[in-house]
Design a protein around this ligand. Structure first.
Ligand code: GLV
Ligand code: MN
Ligand code: MN
Length: 418
């Protein structure tokens, strides 16, 4: 076998791809707005197909809309090592989240193809559908590993109508989502390059992170039912103000996590008061609740504690309370063999690295159920993400792409000798 450790990606081609993607759905403040299955997202996917075909990669789109570019092995029916991320963004997000990993995966395949390196397994660059959860969250990867549940698409985080409209725009169907499952034996593994989205690597001036585990994430729609009434004539001590229940819960949930679950996070990212007028006491408050933990047991304790707290706050303001479960992605440890391959490749590239958990959700937490999964992080300037201000230095992006390349090769030759 030729010495593959000297192989490097082509930075100019990689940068051109990254910049082309950044222009699709770009916003004036330097970010991108490409919610899942929006016109801008579909345009980014059209670019993916054309980019992959340009370099002679085989393009495939599955019934969940996952987009793949394949560099096939010579032998038939070999398993696929997946390298990927996502081209959708949060509303008014940044240019790096997801797009970096997809551009890097394509670049890795093109680099290996250009070098004429024959691999014992096929390599597949993949762009997963709806990673960000503007519709469901980790949708394409859940479909691919066979973990999508009917409940998740009946009451998705982003609303049922948005999901149906998105599927229609992309010429996908609900039934199709359940037909995208792949046989685990066809999956050799999964590696994703991503920005850290937090401040740790930048603060410690470490070029790369090797992810040890991905946090579990659960979401609920909480509804506080009060009584709409006149804002001026109802005495202050006789109100059933649904907004107060929600607001009080938001503060109490923050305090609970800081004081009792210091390794966890909670977020209440969307609050709607109904009917919603200056002169009406809110009769109903709908609150989007999301919480995260990297530990299974603590995840469950946190869930129980938050729901009990919401009920208690509702009682305090004389409100009825409803908690509608939306979805849950379990915490997922990354495979030891993948962490070793990434560590070995980082050593070979002379990149200092740090082992770290991911506080953000990623498709790897679904893939981890069926094959060895691993992730590489690069520093995020000031730890900012899900914002147009998201930024990573270009040299860090190049380091990450080379590490993705070398990790894929190290894993392949360690586990599938030609
Ligand atoms: C995805 O980026 C998430 O962690 O919400
Ligand atoms: Mn992402
Ligand atoms: Mn994201």
């Amino acid at each position: 076998m030729a010495d593959f450790t000297a192989l490097r990606i082509k930075p100019q081609r990689f940068k051109a791809d990254f910049e082309t993607l950044a222009a699709i759905g770009s916003t004036e403040d330097g970010g991108v707005d490409r919610p899942s299955l929006s016109e801008a997202h579909l345009a980014a996917r059209a670019w993916f197909r054309q980019r992959a075909a340009r370099d002679g990669l085989t393009v495939a789109v599955d019934s969940a809309g996952n987009h793949s570019a394949v560099l096939p092995a010579v032998a038939l029916d070999t398993p696929h090592l997946l390298l990927g991320s996502h081209l959708d963004s949060v509303p008014h997000g940044g240019r790096f989240d997801g797009a970096l990993g997809v551009a890097a995966a394509l670049e890795v395949l093109s680099t290996i193809k250009d070098a004429g390196l024959q691999l014992p397994i096929s390599l597949e660059a993949i762009d997963f559908t709806d990673e960000e959860g503007t519709l469901v969250g980790l949708l394409g990867s859940a479909a691919l590993v066979g973990r999508l549940t009917p409940g998740e698409i009946q009451s998705p985080r982003g609303g049922r109508q948005s999901l149906l409209a998105g599927l229609q725009r992309a010429a996908l169907s609900e039934e199709g989502l359940f037909l995208a499952r792949r046989d685990p034996a066809s999956l050799a593994g999964y590696i994703e390059l991503h920005i850290e989205q937090g401040p740790r690597l930048a603060r410690s001036q470490t070029p790369v992170g090797v992810v040890t585990a991905i946090v579990g994430i659960a979401s609920y729609r909480l509804i506080f039912h009060g009584r709409a009434n006149h804002a001026g004539t109802t005495p202050m001590n006789e109100r059933h103000d649904a907004g107060l229940g929600a607001a009080s819960f938001m503060l109490a949930a923050h305090r609970l996590v800081v004081e009792s679950f210091p390794d966890c996070t909670v977020n209440t990212g969307l609050l709607q008061l109904e009917p919603g007028a200056y002169n009406i006491i809110p009769g109903q408050a709908n609150l989007a609740l999301e919480f995260r933990s990297a530990d299974d047991k603590e995840f469950e304790q946190l869930e129980n504690a938050l729901l009990a707290l919401a009920r208690q706050q509702a009682d305090q303001f004389g409100l009825e309370f409803e908690a509608n479960f939306l979805n849950r992605h379990a915490p997922a440890p990354m495979s030891v063999s993948m962490q070793q391959a990434i560590g070995q490749a980082a050593h070979c590239l002379e990149l200092g690295y740090q082992a770290m958990p991911s506080g953000a959700g990623h498709d790897g937490q679904n893939l981890a159920h069926v094959c060895p999964a691993g992730m590489i992080f690069i520093p995020s300037q000031d730890g900012i993400s899900h914002s147009p201000r998201e930024f990573s230095a270009w040299q860090d992006c190049i380091n990450g792409a080379n590490l993705l390349l070398q990790s894929a090769l190290a894993f392949t030759f360690e586990h599938y000798r030609p």
